[in-house]
Design a binder for this molecule. Structure first.
Ligand code: GTP
Length: 332
């Protein structure tokens, strides 16, 4: 189930249950002749019902649906106004479902802020109107409920974030994976076309990777792969992005980098790697295939294929070398 679909289900269920609960409260109050509470509950049930319809209309955009904040602000302010104007101490119990609704539906910060805005005046009212023993039970109880629900929402947000990170991260190296490469490269190509800025890419391969596996095993190569990834993160500048592919290759996207620039950074990477002592293998070298976007390059395939071909050319020249393949230009 996607994140958006899960949220749509959660929002519909929360609004649906709240509507049923508040409508039952309204009927109960009508039955016993508490007309003011009946009107309040009917208004609130109408708002939660509107929330359900809004969830259905915006079902594809639940991650950023600003209407929920308006609906819940209406519900919370309605309840605050009622607490101060109606002479009905039991109304403070309505706070609990509203706190849960705030945190289930709104993003964490908005949910906590709105709940605190509801709790502060409610606590003042409870302290001033209810016996001390009641107040000391109700207020900590409400705060506990808010803390528990916030903790749950925070935990859920973190889990969703980690699932998102896992989907785009290589588990061995911690760099981005090949799946995310195409997505980012296409965005960078579109940006370069729109702004006219240069864009370069580098495909890097560890030399003699197959022989390293034969000698040190797959685990040995993975250790080396991880160490070189860390080194590359230290060499590239902010805005550049690093990807690990095929167990022994790297890919770098270098926005705003002209041909002379890509040659400088590629040479720096080659030199710094060949000069260091690496875990498992000791001395290691890499070969680099570089290219920059020409006016004819509008798709990721062109750049990826050309960078890969440049890497093969570099490897054919011998290990520890750089090959640059210029971008194709289409004259207007
Ligand atoms: N994308 C990218 N380009 C780099 C990087 N390092 C060097 N370059 C390119 O190489 C050019 C020359 O870099 P340097 O030799 O470090 O000289 P510099 O004047 O200190 O470079 P900057 O002040 O970063 O422009 C830069 O203008 C960039 O185009 C890097 O880490 N990432």
């Amino acid at each position: 189930m996607t994140e958006t679909r899960l949220r749509t289900w959660t929002h519909s269920a929360a609004y649906g249950l709240a509507t049923l609960f508040i409508a039952a409260l309204a009927l109960q109050n009508l039955r016993y002749g508490f007309y003011q509470l009946f009107y309040l509950a009917s208004g609130m049930a109408a708002l939660t019902f509107a929330g359900n319809i809004y969830t259905f209309i915006c079902r594809r955009h639940q991650l950023s649906a600003p209407g929920h904040l308006i609906i819940l602000t209406g519900l919370n302010s309605g309840l605050i106004a009622a607490m101060f104007t109606l002479d009905s101490p039991g109304i403070t119990h309505w706070i609990m479902p509203l706190l849960v609704l705030n945190l289930l539906i709104l993003p964490l910060r908005q949910g906590v802020a709105l709940s605190l805005l509801l709790l502060l005046p409610a606590s003042a009212l409870i302290i001033s109107e209810q016996p001390y023993a009641h107040a000391t039970i109700i207020i900590p109880g409400l705060l506990l409920l808010l803390a528990a629900a916030s903790l749950y929402a925070w935990h859920y947000d973190n889990m969703a974030q980690s699932a998102e990170d896992l989907a785009i991260t290589d588990p061995v190296t911690g760099a981005h994976n090949a799946r995310f490469l195409d997505e980012t490269l296409q965005k960078e190509i579109s940006r370069a076309i729109a702004t006219g800025h240069p864009l370069a890419v580098i495909n890097i391969g560890i030399d003699y990777a197959d022989q390293a596996i034969d000698l040190h095993g797959k685990a040995g190569l993975q250790t080396l792969f991880r160490s070189i990834t860390e080194h590359l993160f230290g060499v590239i500048r902010a805005g550049d992005t690093l990807y690990t592919i095929n167990d022994s290759e790297f890919f770098l996207i270098l926005p705003f980098t002209p041909e002379e620039g890509v040659r400088v950074i590629a040479e720096r990477i080659r030199r710094t790697i060949s000069e260091q002592n690496w875990p498992v293998t000791g001395k290691t070298t890499v070969s680099l295939g570089c290219t920059s976007r020409g006016s004819g390059d509008t798709r990721t395939d062109n750049l990826r294929k050309r960078a890969h071909k440049a890497l093969e050319d570099a490897q054919r020249k011998g290990a520890d070398s750089v090959w640059f393949s210029p971008g194709e230009s289409i004259s207007a």
